[in-house]
Design a protein around this ligand. Structure first.
Ligand code: ATP
Ligand code: MG
Ligand code: MG
Length: 381
């Protein structure tokens, strides 16, 4: 079989490997860590830093097409690879979404609303920031994920303290938005500009980390259309090739606002592995291989629960113990995906489970049974 290349060796890479291998490809993974979720799954491992010229050359020597699962691969590395092989997504698109300030400026420039915000590069930017941005959230402009590098700030003084605590690296100050709920749109776009959009997913975050994704619930048709068109507009405008996710806030007054863009398959699209005709990872492989996109049709309603390392720990104990997987799998509709991470830590994404059922009510009831088996909160909102 021919080779596809991947930058990054985390769980998204592991699920990409599975999908690409199912289509008959071999996958070579460049991963600085070397013993992550792709370690036993990739057909070839290149243990090198994302900026390592030799490692990149080794990957490009093997693979005619390369993608990424890690959103912070240096854009310069993508650019260098693109001189030799097909690379998607491209360096220019990735560079924009890697920086929250560039990302917000780009989205707003497309005429799509974002939360009121101001770039923060020095304390003077906070001293002069509009009072309407408080209470707000100060976020580091680069490298934040799962709510890391963020601080909720009630006042200007708290923002100044948080900025200092982040080491005065470039940040963005966003107004804290009155959220009704959150949704996301995952799509795949091919080199020919054709796009396939997955159903709009409704997401619940806990402590800044995705906890629950629900699809197949009745949703306002105008809002669904608006989110879909916004995501398509962003992808087309970026000339994006690959799988992309746009996260949205739905405000209490009904307005839709873009939160952020992920230039890769997304946690809120994991349900597609079990509930859609084609998964987001298969789409990523199809785009990379230059194959037609698959159908994104939802086969049945689904509820996905993230499994964080927290479920390895009972209250008051710091000794991890294996969760009761048999109890999870006793739920008939539960599809369990574990990422093969060696060490469970609180807040670390270890796996997910998706309940796919004939009705939304059944999927929700089953998800609550799974939650009970894992000691997760007994609600889906
Ligand atoms: P991800 O793992 O999705 O990349 P992240 O670290 O980039 O996470 P964000 O998506 O910026 O973090 O924020 C995480 C969550 O925090 C959001 O999904 C939302 O629940 C909440 N949040 C972030 N910004 C705001 C805001 N301006 N107003 C209200 N809530 C917010
Ligand atoms: Mg993010
Ligand atoms: Mg996010």
């Amino acid at each position: 079989g021919s080779w596809l290349g991947l930058l990054g060796g985390g769980q998204l890479g592991r699920m990409f490997c599975h999908a690409a291998q199912s289509l008959g490809y071999r996958v070579a993974v460049l991963d600085p860590a070397g013993d992550g979720p792709t370690a036993m799954v990739a057909d070839r491992h290149v243990s090198a830093d994302y900026a390592d010229t030799q490692g990149l050359a080794e990957l490009a020597g093997l693979c005619p097409a390369i993608t990424t699962e890690f959103e912070n691969v240096p854009a310069a590395s993508l650019r260098a690879l693109a001189a030799r092989v097909r690379v998607s997504p491209g360096a220019d698109a990735v560079a924009i979404v890697q920086d929250r300030n560039d990302e917000k400026a780009y989205v707003a420039g497309q005429g799509i609303p974002v939360a009121p915000n101001v770039p923060v590069r020095a304390t003077a930017d906070l001293e002069s920031a509009d009072a309407a941005l408080f209470p707000g959230i100060l976020k580091v402009a680069r490298l934040g994920y799962d709510g890391k590098g963020q601080a909720r700030v009630a006042t200007r003084e708290e923002a100044l303290a948080a900025f200092a605590a982040f080491g005065s690296v470039p940040c963005v100050l966003e107004a804290l938005m009155p959220l009704d709920y959150e949704v996301s749109v995952v799509l795949a776009r091919g080199a020919d500009g054709e796009a396939a959009v997955f159903p709009v997913a409704r997401n619940v975050h806990r402590d800044g980390i995705l906890a629950v994704t629900t699809v197949g619930a009745p949703m306002d048709a105008a809002l669904t259309e608006q989110a879909t068109q916004a995501a398509l507009g962003i992808a087309h405008g970026l000339g994006y090739v690959g799988v992309l996710c746009v996260e949205f806030f739905v405000l209490r007054d009904g307005r839709l606002v873009v939160n952020e863009i992920a230039p890769r398959p997304h946690n809120s699209g994991h349900y597609s592995m079990d509930a859609c005709q084609t998964s987001q990872f298969e789409q990523q492989a199809r785009v990379l291989a230059g194959l037609p996109l698959g159908s994104t049709r939802l086969l049945a309603p689904a509820v996905m629960l993230n499994i964080l390392g927290d479920v390895w720990f009972t209250p008051g104990s710091d000794t991890p113990r294996e969760p009761d997987w048999a109890a999870v799998l006793a739920v008939p509709s539960a599809k369990l995906h574990l990422y093969g991470k060696h060490e469970a830590r609180r807040g670390r994404k270890m796996g997910h489970v998706t309940c796919v059922a004939a009705t939304l009510e059944q999927a929700q009831a089953d998800a609550l049974a799974v939650a009970a088996a894992l000691g997760l909160p007994g609600t889906l909102d």
